[in-house]
Design a protein around this ligand. Structure first.
Ligand code: GLN
Length: 486
């Protein structure tokens, strides 16, 4: 009997394909069957099995002729924020319900060029605004680790993290504006990296907050993240904020000696609301790195307490501007009215969900005359201070170790979270500062809490120094020996 192909990592599947243990078609069929069986998770909003199989056929031809590419035949799920040519792309918003992009995002184009196959589009918070996938027009994603009550998969890339955890894709794309790759990865016991701002092109990714948005992979382990990121990153003339830097072969950093590396522990991150078990794992992770010869140093990020407020001014400000394009005329859903203005109002009223409207209103407010100086301009200044905090901290250390989120996954429909949106936003306390500073950061699973739910640790690197993040992560991963679900 052949092993369950959906349990293989990308690295393992690639070996199997190269050695003709199974074909790309067989691998894709296994994932398609798993995807259909796993519909209860609500991870996919559009399934494209026929596309995956057609791509797999091409991959098989290349394997036979010895011309296989880096990701040939590897079945991926794509967050529904990436435009995929001729495949419905909705950002999980009603306003884009029937939108079929005529072009491909640069990141997904790279993955296709590398031979990857696309199983479908993954659920997410509407326009990536949220931290629990509950703002999606398609309903929440169910965390595969749920026990008696359904738990959130995290957000906004909840579909991506859940699909990887459940083995209904081999790897996935995600995007991260303030934690959307890292936090769902932590909640679902998988690994995800938000690379340095500019590493991946934003071209063809629907914009939420352009100065923060970054694409990155969510995968079963650190190696798979390295493989995917190499195939996603790269300079793109179509995105003026993409960086013209060499994309290293991240895989070659794995397993490197971390002796003498300095690991920073920010003292301000012992926040109120930090779960005791998360705190204990944080200490344990530091001990593991120390046992490998790294040096643990206390660092200070003094402006941490302003990070959430700063993020929740800047992100909505940019969102309100970016989302002005959804007017009922150019894309997606139109709801007619008596006049042109009525049509705009009706389309936006019915097309956008509550959280998106909240962000548009906050954004419009902080950008309006009279409030611009008090909120937006001030937030930009504090953003600079947060950036400087990290710059100073990195004088003393090579990477920073923190929890990814203060708690494990919570219940879908959690009352406290529903009552007050701020409670939900507080969850982003460890991830938003990194985004404001444009730094690379990875979340990897460290262990289970007493309820059997996965917890994640975050490793933050200097700008464009994904190398140190991968190095440290691969060591920590080995010592944590987290048992994946699939
Ligand atoms: N949870 C954060 C927010 O709601 C981050 C979302 C993201 O990174 N896209 O804005």
């Amino acid at each position: 009997m052949m092993t369950d192909l959906t349990e293989l990592t990308i690295a393992e599947a690639r070996e199997g394909l190269k050695n003709k243990k199974f074909s790309a078609t067989e691998l894709n069929k296994a994932y398609i069957a798993a995807m259909e069986k796993g519909r209860d998770y609500n991870a996919y909003v559009t399934e494209t099995p026929e596309i995956a199989l057609a791509q797999a056929e091409e991959s098989d031809k290349r394997y036979l002729s010895g011309q296989a590419k880096d990701l040939d035949g590897i079945p991926l799920g794509i967050k529904d924020l990436f435009c995929t040519q001729n495949i419905r792309t909705t950002a999980c918003s009603k306003i884009l319900d029937n939108f079929v992009p005529p072009y491909e995002s640069t990141v997904t184009a790279h993955l296709k060029d590398a031979g990857a196959t696309f199983l479908g589009k993954l659920n997410m918070d509407e326009f990536a605004m949220g931290g629990s996938n509950e703002t999606s027009a398609f309903g929440p994603v169910k965390n595969p680790w749920s026990k008696n009550i359904p738990l959130v998969a995290g957000g906004s890339s909840g579909g991506s993290a859940a699909a990887v955890a459940a083995g209904i894709c081999a790897g996935a794309t995600g995007t991260d504006t303030g934690g959307s790759i890292r936090q769902p990865s932590a909640y679902c016991g998988v690994t995800g990296i938000k690379p340095s701002y500019g590493r991946c092109s934003r071209y063809g990714i629907m914009a939420f907050a352009s100065s923060l948005d970054q694409a990155g992979p969510i995968a079963k382990d650190v190696r798979d993240c390295a493989i995917l990121l190499k195939n996603m990153a790269g300079f793109d003339a179509k995105d003026s904020t993409s960086v013209d830097a060499i994309v290293p072969d991240f895989e070659k950093f794995l397993g490197a000696d971390i002796k003498g590396m300095k690991i920073g522990i920010p003292k301000e991150y012992r926040v109120e609301g930090l779960d005791a078990e998360v705190a204990a794992y944080w200490d344990k992770a530091a001990d593991m790195l120390k046992a490998r010869g790294a040096e643990i140093v206390e660092i200070s990020l003094p402006h941490t307490k302003y990070a959430l407020a700063t993020y929740y001014i800047i992100a909505p400000a940019e969102a309100s501007s970016n989302l002005a394009r959804y007017d009922g005329l150019r894309y997606g859903e139109r709801v007619n009215g008596k006049s042109l203005d009525d049509m705009y109002i009706n389309s936006r009223t019915q097309g956008f969900g509550k959280e998106v409207k909240r962000r548009i209103m906050i954004g419009t407010y902080v950008l309006s005359a009279g409030y611009y100086d008090a909120y937006y301009l001030k937030a930009q200044k504090v953003r600079r201070l947060i950036w400087q905090d990290f710059r100073d901290a990195f004088e003393k250390c090579d990477v920073i170790l923190t929890p990814t989120a203060p708690t494990a996954a919570f219940a879908i429909g959690d009352k406290e979270m529903q009552k007050n949106p701020i409670t939900m936003w507080l969850n982003d306390v460890y991830t938003v500062a990194v985004s404001l500073a444009g730094l690379p950061a990875m979340s990897l699973p460290i262990g289970l809490n007493k309820d059997g739910l996965p917890l994640g640790m975050q490793l933050i690197g200097k700008y464009l120094d994904e190398e140190s993040v991968f190095k440290t992560a691969s060591t920590l991963e080995k010592d944590a020996a987290f048992k994946r679900m699939k």
